[in-house]
Design a protein around this ligand. Structure first.
Ligand code: SSA
Length: 143
C-alpha cells in the first residue's frame, strides 16, 4: 500500500462520474464531504496487499496514528487514490481494506470520513505547509 499524508486546513470533495462499472453504493449526503483541520490520507491499495489484508490494515492504522500524533491531528480523511502505484489491488479487496482502516481509526477515537470508492471526484485541499505536512509511507505485508 502507498500512502500520501497531507496535514491540511481542509479537504473537500464532490463526486462526479463513475470511475468503475460498479462503484461503492453511496447516499446523497456522501456525494459531497469536507473536514477541517484534517490529516488527509491518499491511499493506493496494491496487489501485494492481497496476500495479507489484515496485516496491511494494522500497519496502515499504526502509521496513520503515528503521523496524526506528530502533527496533532484529531480528524482523518481516508481517500481512495489509484495514482500512487502502478500495481493496484482489485477494487473489491481495496475497498474492504479501506473500510477496515476507517473502522479501526474510528475505534481509536478519531473523527473519520472516507471519500467514496470508484468515482471520479473533484477535490480541494489546503496543505498547511509545515515541515511534517507532506509525508508518504509504503506498507507491505511481511508474509
Ligand atoms: N487499488 C485501489 N486503491 C485505491 N483506490 C482504488 C483502487 N482500485 C480502484 N480504486 C478506486 O476506483 C477508482 C478507479 O480506479 S482506477 O484504477 O483509477 N480505474 C480503473 O480501475 C479503471 N478500470 C476504470 O477507470 C479510483 O479513483 C478509486 O476510487
Amino acid at each position: 500500500m502507498r500512502m500520501l499524508l497531507i496535514h491540511s486546513d481542509y479537504l473537500e470533495y464532490e463526486v462526479k462520474d463513475k470511475a468503475l462499472k460498479n462503484p461503492e453504493p453511496i447516499s446523497d449526503e456522501q456525494r459531497k464531504g469536507r473536514l477541517d483541520e484534517v490529516l488527509a490520507v491518499f491511499m493506493s491499495v496494491e496487489k501485494v496487499d492481497e496476500s495479507n489484508p489484515d496485516e496491511v490494515v494494522e500497519k496502515a492504522v499504526k502509521e496513520i496514528k503515528d503521523v496524526a500524533s506528530q502533527v496533532k491531528a484529531e480528524k482523518i480523511f481516508v481517500y481512495p487514490f489509484a495514482h500512487l502505484s502502478s500495481e493496484l489491488a482489485k477494487p473489491d479487496v481495496a475497498l474492504k481494506i479501506l473500510q477496515k482502516i476507517e473502522e479501526k481509526l474510528k475505534e481509536e477515537g478519531f473523527e473519520v470520513k472516507r471519500a467514496p470508492f470508484g468515482y471520479y471526484k473533484a477535490f480541494k485541499l489546503s496543505c498547511k505547509g509545515h515541515p511534517l505536512a507532506e509525508l508518504s509511507r509504503t506498507i507491505v505485508p511481511s508474509g
